[in-house]
Design a protein around this ligand. Structure first.
Ligand code: 87F
Length: 505
C-alpha cells in the first residue's frame, strides 16, 4: 500500500515536471553532482557551452558577481588601490621568466599558434594569471621610493586548461576574477595589506554570501610556489565533505622582484628590492554559494547578493477584481524599489500563480509576496520566505519596514544554518586512526601537526585513492590551545600547531 502510494506520488511529480518544466530530478543529499548541475542550469545562472569546461554566465549570475564586485572595488579604492587593465596575451619568453613556478602549471597554459591559416612566428600564451604580464612594467615604472607603493588591481578573465572534471563556477577553463598586484618598500607594509585583503574576502563570504570561512595560512606544500607565504579563506561543502579554497592573499616576498628586477632607490639613496603581494577571488565564490545554500527546490540566494530580493505575484481568483490586484502588485514593487530593494512583479498572464511560485523558488529569490483578493480587502500582503517556507501576513502600512526586517533575518538565518552544518563537520583528532575515521566520515579535520613538508607528502601518499588524497587546508590564525607534549597526528613528533585537513576541490 505504502509503495503504491509512493509510486503514484512519484508519477504525479514527474507529470508536473513534464507539464511545467519545473522541479528538480535530483536530490541534494542523494546525487549531489547531478543536483548541482541541474540547479545552476534550471535557475538560469549557467548555460552549458559546446567547449568542455566553458560556461555561459547568464544575467542571474552576473548580477551576483556585480554585487560582489561593487563591494570589493569600493573597498580597495579606499585602500588607494587603482584599477588597470593589462593584455590577455603573453609571449613565451616572458612567461618562461617565471619558469621555476610555471613548471607545475605549464600543462594548463593555452596557446594561440595561428592567425587564419598561417602559423604565428612565435606562439602567444593566454594569461593563466598576470604576474608575467605585469611585472616587467612594474620594473619600468618603479624607480625611487616615491614611486611606492604601487598598488594595482584588474578585473578580468583568465584561462587555465584544466584536465580534471570541470564544474560550473568551481573548476572552469575560463573564469572571471580580480587580481591585485602590489609593491611596497617594506615587508611590514606588505604583511599588513595581505591581512586587510583577506578580511575583505572573509566579508565577501560571510557577510554577502552567508558562508562561514576559516582564515589561515597555507602549508609550504600548498602555498603559491612563487610566493613567500599564502593566506586563504577556506570554506567547506558538507555534502561532499570537501574543503574549498575560497580566495587567496599572497605575500610574494622579493622573489618576483629578483626575477623581474623590480628595484628602487630607498630613502637613504641605496638600491633596494620591492616587497610584493598578489591576491584574487573569482567566480568560484558563486559556486560555493550554490553548493552551501541550495536545496531540493533549487537555488537559495542570500538577500544581499540576490538579483531579485522580493518577487511579487498576483493571485487572481475567479471573478475578483484582477486589475486591482495587478495594480496593487505594481505599486508594491514601486514602494519596495523606492525604499532601495531589488523587487519585481511577475505579471505574466500565461502562467499560473503556482507555476510562478515554483519558478522563483527555483531561482532562489529570498522573499515572495502574494497578493490576492483577500489581501486586497484587508490591505495586507502575504509573504513567504524561501529559506524556511515561513508564511506571514503583513499590513501594507508596514511593508517596507517588515520586508527589511525579514530580509535581514533571512541573511542571518542562512549564515547561522550554514555555520551550524559546517561546525557539525569539524572533527578534532589526535591520532592517525581518528584522522582516517574522520576522513571517511567526510569531516573537516583539525589536527595537531609537526608542520613538516615530508609529513604532509606522506599524509597525501597514505590517503591516496579514488576520492583523492587528503591535504592540509590551512593553519587557522585562530589557534586553539596546544597543550605541551601534544604529538603530531601523522608523524608522532612534537606538534607545532593546529591545522585543518581534508579532501578538497
Ligand atoms: C596556471 C597556469 C599558469 C595558478 C596557474 O593566486 C600559472 C599559474 O601561477 C599560476 N595557476 N597560478 C598561481 C597564481 C598565483 C596568484 N596570481 C595572482 C594568485 C592570486 C592572483
Amino acid at each position: 500500500m505504502a509503495t503504491a502510494n509512493a509510486n503514484t506520488k512519484g508519477a504525479r511529480k514527474k507529470e508536473v515536471k513534464k507539464e511545467t518544466g519545473l522541479g528538480l530530478t535530483y536530490k541534494k543529499n542523494e546525487n549531489f553532482g547531478d543536483w548541482y548541475s541541474e540547479v545552476v542550469v534550471n535557475s538560469e545562472m549557467i548555460e552549458y557551452y559546446d567547449i568542455s569546461g566553458c560556461y555561459i554566465l547568464r544575467p542571474w549570475t552576473m548580477t551576483i558577481w556585480e554585487v560582489l564586485q561593487t563591494f570589493f572595488d569600493a573597498e580597495i579604492k579606499k585602500m588607494n588601490i587603482k584599477n588597470a587593465y593589462f593584455p590577455l596575451f603573453v609571449t613565451e619568453n616572458v612567461l618562461q621568466k617565471e619558469k621555476d613556478h610555471i613548471e607545475g602549471f605549464a600543462p594548463e597554459v593555452a596557446w594561440v599558434t595561428k592567425s587564419g591559416q598561417s602559423e604565428l612566428e612565435i606562439p602567444i600564451a593566454i594569461r593563466p594569471t598576470s604576474e608575467t604580464v605585469m611585472y616587467p612594467y612594474f620594473s619600468k615604472w618603479i624607480r625611487g621610493h616615491r614611486d611606492l607603493p604601487l598598488k594595482l588591481n584588474q578585473w578580468c578573465n583568465v584561462v587555465r586548461w584544466e584536465f580534471s572534471h570541470p564544474t560550473p563556477f568551481i573548476r572552469s577553463r575560463e573564469f572571471l576574477w580580480q587580481e591585485g598586484h602590489t609593491a611596497f618598500a617594506t615587508q611590514a607594509e606588505a604583511d599588513q595589506e595581505v591581512l586587510e585583503i583577506l578580511e575583505l574576502y572573509r566579508k565577501i563570504y560571510e557577510e554577502f554570501l552567508a558562508i562561514p570561512v576559516v582564515k589561515g595560512r597555507k602549508s609550504e606544500l600548498e602555498k603559491f610556489a612563487g610566493g613567500y607565504y599564502t593566506t586563504s579563506v577556506e570554506a567547506f561543502i558538507p555534502n561532499t565533505g570537501r574543503g574549498i579554497q575560497g580566495a587567496t592573499s599572497h605575500c610574494l616576498g622579493q622573489n618576483f622582484a629578483k626575477m623581474f628586477q623590480i628595484n628602487f632607490e630607498n630613502d637613504k639613496g641605496e638600491k633596494a628590492m620591492v616587497w610584493q603581494n598578489s591576491w584574487a577571488y573569482s567566480t568560484r565564490t558563486i559556486g560555493v554559494m550554490v553548493m552551501v545554500h541550495g536545496d531540493d527546490k533549487g537555488l537559495v540566494l542570500p538577500p544581499k547578493v540576490a538579483s531579485v530580493q522580493v518577487i511579487v505575484i498576483p493571485v487572481p481568483f475567479k471573478d475578483a477584481n484582477t486589475d486591482a490586484i495587478f495594480s496593487a502588485c505594481s505599486s508594491t514593487v514601486q514602494a519596495l524599489r523606492e525604499a532601495g530593494f531589488r523587487a519585481e512583479a511577475d505579471l505574466r498572464d500565461n502562467y499560473s500563480p503556482g507555476w510562478k511560485y515554483s519558478h522563483w523558488e527555483m531561482k532562489g529569490v529570498p522573499l515572495r509576496i502574494e497578493i490576492g483578493p483577500k489581501d486586497l480587502a484587508n490591505n495586507q500582503v502575504r509573504v513567504v520566505r524561501r529559506d524556511n517556507g515561513a508564511k506571514s501576513d503583513i499590513p501594507m502600512g508596514n511593508l517596507v519596514e517588515k520586508v527589511k526586517e525579514i530580509l535581514s533575518s533571512i541573511q542571518e538565518c542562512l549564515f547561522n544554518a550554514a555555520k551550524q552544518k559546517r561546525d557539525a563537520c569539524i572533527k578534532v583528532v589526535n591520532t592517525w586512526d581518528e584522522f582516517i575515521a574522520a576522513l571517511n566520515d567526510k569531516k573537516m579535520i583539525l589536527a595537531p601537526w609537526c608542520d613538516e613538508e615530508e609529513v604532509e607528502k606522506d599524509v597525501k601518499a597514505r590517503t591516496k585513492g579514488e576520492l583523492g588524497a587528503a591535504k592540509s587546508l590551512c593553519t587557522p590564525f585562530d589557534q586553539p590551545r596546544l597543550p605541551e607534549g601534544t604529538l603530531c597526528f601523522a608523524s608522532g613528533k612534537p606538534a607545532k600547531k593546529w591545522t585543518y585537513w581534508g579532501r578538497s576541490y
